[in-house]
Each structure stands twice: as structure tokens, then as C-alpha cells.
Design a protein around this ligand. Structure first.
Ligand SMILES: C[S@@+](CC[C@H](N)C(=O)[O-])C[C@H]1O[C@@H](n2cnc3c(N)ncnc32)[C@H](O)[C@@H]1O
Length: 425
């Protein structure tokens, strides 16, 4: 691998304005990679555009794709690169690519990811924003009328959902969710479902620790609060989507959104391979996206069966041996949808498995080559660890997050199966 011939890590300590994060880089374009990975000093400013409209765990800071795309623009002067994020989550890459007027595809097994990414990428004209607002007002009246008339509503997951909310808030949400389902399917309904989904967590009861270390129950809201927030949030979403449409070189441009299992990733007929992937796959024991979005999935009537089987990196179905196969299969499929010489920028953090720490960069350097990727360069940032047990597991050297630049080193794209361990040797 080319990275081996490159100079060793250089350690650089930054000023307090960059929160004293320790960072290092190696190989080609190390400085660019490091700048991409480090949150810029302005911090939350990066969550402008439509990025902050809906919670999504473990998302990119927009600075990461933004910096890489700027670099790619220099590399691809003749024509814009074709981009894809095979684990798109809330679609941070998608928004940034559209802002450059570049075609982009996002894929994710979780239907909440598709809902969120689609809305974050939607540039809206004022006349269309008015139509959504009218639909919201219609629903608001309908919810109010149903409340007065004491209309009963059924929901397949009613008994599970009701345990998570105050009774009056639950009754209100139930009416909203039912009325939303009655709307004609299309972009206006999708936007209002997105707004509903963004509020599902905010209104749920949960125990949170305050700054003083004291645990308090959160989620006490007065009657009518949910409707008020539906209005507030819809207004914000429509404003941001209109801002986005002014920012986009082509406001009608939309991303391609797929819902494939990344272990079976393939190009639909007529779709050319990608020039560049920018992505952050899950890694062992970090997030369980099914659990994280369970309330949203249930409220919005999405099936969870496929997710339960196919989501990768979860605690519920993990062993180190399985993970190696999962990782290599994903990397192989990702290479097979990429042009020869094409790029992959991969974000991965170190993990611990039964007390054993794995350095994610070393892991990629060990296995990427066997599925046709060459490591060109990498940058790493030390991330804080708060939990006592994890502090012990990660030890003195700590937990690092890496941005790894790989290139497809296979000339043609044989659809060969993944090599076995013996074949590798
Ligand atoms: C770290 S998040 C990606 C966040 C994204 N970069 C962003 O900025 O929002 C990883 C994503 O991988 C998805 N995922 C998990 N298993 C998958 C699979 N088998 N196929 C496709 N996507 C999967 C999860 O649903 C999750 O959205």
C-alpha cells in the first residue's frame, strides 16, 4: 500500500480555539484530510442551510464533505465527479453536493434516513411553501375539531407509543399522525411527516442529567404544545428550504436516493459507476440506529423487520469475526460501484470489543487491499471519552477518529466474489 512508503504520523497540537484536539496525518493530501476532519473553530455555523433541521446521530460535520468537495473540484476540472454516500444517514454529503450543482446518490437501509435526506435536499419555491403552509393549517383545524368531537384514533403501535408521552401530548400526536396519513401522498405530505418526525424525540419523556449532575425527567409540556411546535418547526423548515433553493445552482436538481443493504450494493441498469464515495459506515458497538429511531419508525408506520436483520455494526448482532466479513463485503461492493482509480473517503472511529481496542486505521490498512482498495492517506483526531469503563478500555493512547482516503486499484471491475482468508494469503 502506498501509505507505507510515506512519512510517519506528524503530531500537531492546536490552539485553544480548536478545543485542544490532538490530531495527526499521514500519506498524500494529509493536510487536506486533517482540515476536513477537524470541526472548524466556528463550530455550529457549519449547520446552516438545511443541515440542522432534524436530529440524526453520528452525522458528518458539513465541513468534512465541504472541504473534500473543494479539493475534488480541483481534481475534476473537466467535468463534475459523480458522487455517492452508501451510508448517507441524514444526507449531509447530498446537500453539500447539490450546493455545487453536482449529481449525487445517497443510500441507506433506514427509511428515516431517506425521509430526512430528501427533505434536507429539497429547495422550495415560495409558491410551493404556501401550499405546505395551507396544508398545515388545514390539519391544525382538523386536529382541533377531532379533539372537540372526541374522535377515537387507532394506531397499530398505540400501546407501545403511549408509554413514552404525557397523556395529553400523546392524544394530540395521535390526531396529528392520523391526519397526516390522510393527506394525499406527495412532497407536501413528506415535508409535514419530516416535521412530525423531528419532534418525536423532543416530546418524549426521558431522564436527563443536568449540569449540576442531578437527574431530571424531561418532557413536561402544556396542552397544545405539540401543535404549536408543528407550526413553529414547519415555518423554520419552509424558510430553510426556500433559502436552499436560492443557494442551489439548479433548484430543481434532486439526489438519487436508494434503500439498499450496503452488503448488496449494486448499480441499477443504466447507472454509471461513481467517481467518488464519501461515507461513514457504522462500526462495532457504536450506534444502534434502529433503536435510536424506533419511535419515529413506529409513528410513521415504517416496517422494522428488514432493518432488524440488515443494519450493520449494532450491539444486538455483533461479534468480531462477523464484523470482519461485514466490513470486507461492504468495502468490496463499494469498490465495484466505483470507477477504476476512483476515490473513497471513509470516516471510522476506533472501537472496543469485549475490552479489546481496535485502531480503525490499522484495521482498514490491513483489509482494504484484499478487496481492491489502496490507502493513499489518512488523518486522525483524538476524540474525548467520557464513560469510565471506556476510558479504561481505550487506555493512555485514547480513542481516535480517522478520515481515510482510498483509491480503487483494480483496472477492470470484475464482479469476483470476496476472497476467502486462504486466498488472501
Ligand atoms: C454514521 S451514520 C451516517 C451519517 C451520515 N454520514 C450523515 O452525515 O448523516 C451510518 C448509517 O449507516 C446506515 N446503515 C446501517 N447498516 C446499513 C446497511 N446494511 N446498509 C446501508 N446502510 C446502513 C445507518 O442507518 C446509518 O444511517
Amino acid at each position: 500500500m502506498t501509505a507505507e512508503a510515506e512519512p510517519k504520523f506528524r503530531r500537531i497540537r492546536r490552539s485553544a480555539s480548536q478545543a485542544n484536539l490532538e490530531s495527526r496525518h499521514q500519506g498524500r493530501e494529509g493536510r487536506m484530510l486533517e482540515n476536513s476532519l477537524r470541526t472548524p473553530p466556528q463550530g455550529r455555523e457549519g449547520y446552516s442551510l438545511t443541515h440542522g433541521l432534524h436530529p440524526y446521530p453520528a452525522r458528518f460535520h458539513p465541513n468534512l464533505p465541504r472541504t473534500i468537495l473543494k479539493w475534488l473540484a480541483q481534481e475534476h476540472r473537466d467535468r463534475p465527479p459523480r458522487l455517492c454516500d452508501p451510508f448517507m444517514g441524514g444526507g449531509t454529503l447530498l446537500v453539500e453536493s447539490l450546493c455545487r450543482g453536482w449529481e449525487v446518490t445517497g443510500n441507506d437501509i433506514n427509511p428515516i434516513a431517506a425521509l430526512v435526506a430528501r427533505e434536507r435536499c429539497r429547495g422550495r419555491l415560495p409558491k410551493h411553501a404556501v401550499m405546505v403552509w395551507n396544508a398545515l393549517e388545514f390539519l391544525q383545524n382538523e386536529v382541533e375539531r377531532r379533539r372537540r368531537d372526541k374522535i377515537r384514533v387507532e394506531h397499530p403501535h398505540l400501546s407501545m407509543l403511549k408509554t413514552h408521552y404525557q397523556p395529553h401530548i400523546f392524544a394530540e400526536m395521535l390526531q396529528w399522525s392520523d391526519c397526516l396519513e390522510q393527506l394525499y401522498p406527495g412532497p407536501d405530505r413528506d415535508t409535514l411527516r419530516f416535521v412530525f418526525s423531528s419532534l418525536v424525540g423532543k416530546f418524549s419523556r426521558r431522564i436527563e442529567e443536568g449540569n449540576d449532575g442531578e437527574k431530571k425527567e424531561k418532557g413536561n409540556f402544556p396542552r397544545g404544545a405539540f401543535s404549536l411546535w408543528m407550526q413553529r418547526k414547519t415555518r423554520e423548515v419552509l424558510e430553510r428550504q426556500q433559502d436552499l433553493s436560492r443557494r442551489l445552482p439548479d433548484p430543481k436538481m434532486r439526489p438519487q436516493i436508494w434503500q439498499q443493504d450496503a452488503r448488496e450494493l449494486s448499480l441499477p441498469q443504466g447507472c454509471d459507476p461513481f467517481d467518488c464515495l464519501i461515507t461513514s459506515p457504522p462500526y462495532p458497538g457504536t450506534y444502534d440506529y434502529l433503536d435510536h429511531h424506533r419511535l419515529r419508525l413506529r409513528w410513521l408506520h415504517f416496517s422494522i423487520q428488514e432493518l432488524a436483520l440488515k443494519e450493520i455494526g449494532t450491539r444486538r448482532q455483533h461479534s468480531a469475526a462477523q464484523w470482519k466479513e461485514v466490513f470486507r463485503t461492504c468495502m468490496l461492493k463499494m469498490r465495484q460501484v466505483t470507477v477504476s482509480g476512483g476515490h473513497c473517503f471513509l470516516v471510522l472511529g476506533d472501537w472496543v470489543d469485549q475490552g479489546h481496542k481496535t485502531d480503525a486505521l490499522e484495521y482498514v490498512e490491513k483489509y482494504a487491499d484484499s478487496v481492491g482498495w489502496a490507502v493513499e492517506g489518512a488523518a486522525s483526531v483524538r476524540r474525548p471519552v467520557y464513560e469510565e469503563q471506556l476510558k479504561e478500555d481505550f487506555g493512555e493512547s485514547g480513542r481516535w477518529e480517522h478520515l481515510i482516503w482510498l483509491r480503487n486499484q483494480v483496472q477492470a471491475r470484475p464482479s469476483s466474489p470476496i476472497p476467502t482468508e486462504e486466498e488472501e494469503e
